[in-house]
Design a protein around this ligand. Sequence first.
Ligand code: ADE
Length: 418
Amino acid sequence: MTSHVKDLKLAVLGEKRLAWAGRDMPVLEIIKNDFKKSKPFKGKRVSACMHVTAETANLMLTLQAGGADITLVASNPLSTQDDIAAALVKNHGLKVLAIRGEDNKTYYNHLNQALKNKPHITMDDGADLISLLHNKYKNQAKNILGSMEETTTGVIRLRSLAAAGKLMLPVIAVNDAKTKNLFDNRYGTGQSTLDGIIRATGLLVAGKNIVVAGYGWCGRGFAMRARGMGAKVIVTEVDEIKALEAAMDGFSVMAMKEAAKVGDVFCTITGDIKVIDKEHFKVMKDGAMVCNSGHFDVEINIPALKKLASKINYNVNANVDEYILGKRRIYVLGQGRLINLAAAEGHPSSVMDMSFSTQALAAEQVAKSAGKLTIKVHNVSEKIEKRVAMLKLKSLGIKIDKLSAEQAAYLSSWELGT
Ligand code: ADE
């Protein structure tokens, strides 16, 4: 199998950027050095379907240091950093099939190649690879020791596969680890989503009505950061508890139908479909901007917007399309795909350090399991979570207290009371 990347000449830039990102990933570096000695992936083929970024490159090099033979494909047609893909192929001998802007056919062609390579371990960001395996390569499932899943949407898909009794291999829900979602989803998405919106539009955030659809960890992070830059943040939710939480966190909470009339910028982060729909576009203000930071490009009903529009001006600014609706203009950022990766560079390296250290250690667990993991969706072990958190604290120069023997005994006793 040959790699398929945009231009190998971009490797010079890609190499610099992946090294720069690596500076901010000290925990992964420690794990990489351990893997160099222990070689947990010796003789193992790993197929990963992830956003091809500088941070992912560092994860791949960590697995490679542990002996893995890696094939990397994109988990989103618009998130690939072509210079990084080139550097991985040219300087590190990885097989990479990913080109920013690839069409759907090429995207799936790449995923097919990753499975035709008969992996022993797979890694997904959104469950596209595993889903393809369950549809088309079922006979390979028995040879796969396990798979890791990076994102909320992917874990939801896998849990529904398991609930339907159709899951064919063990999966580790890396997304659900505290060392992943409390940090990556909240601080990573929070910051990088704003970064993407600003890079695409040059928006002055202060004073704008920013509507955040969804108050999960990603939505919370984005709402918090948008408020920090002076936006008047409105949250929309379907979950009563999360809506209350948003209200008590001090945000305005309302139905999308009302928010649609007042928002200047809209960002969907729900994991569901048609969160912004025809009826909402109809009442939006002239100049409203809509974008998405959820995994798939289904949260904004762009086909409905296309039908409403009398004219579309593509790329009026990089990553901005203008839809004309009578006398109003609505701007769609990043084609409704993940704005933080389509218009910016994804989460900062320092936070991906935690997510990808968790990934690397989960992959090591799978490699060492020798096929003994049960077929279900597993959580990341507490041992791995504690190790990642401890190493991250250390890298930040933070020391914390330890329970005394007396305190530990107190916490585990039921006799002691008033
Ligand atoms: N998902 C969000 N940000 C990312 C990044 N920088 N690298 C890989 N996956 C990501």
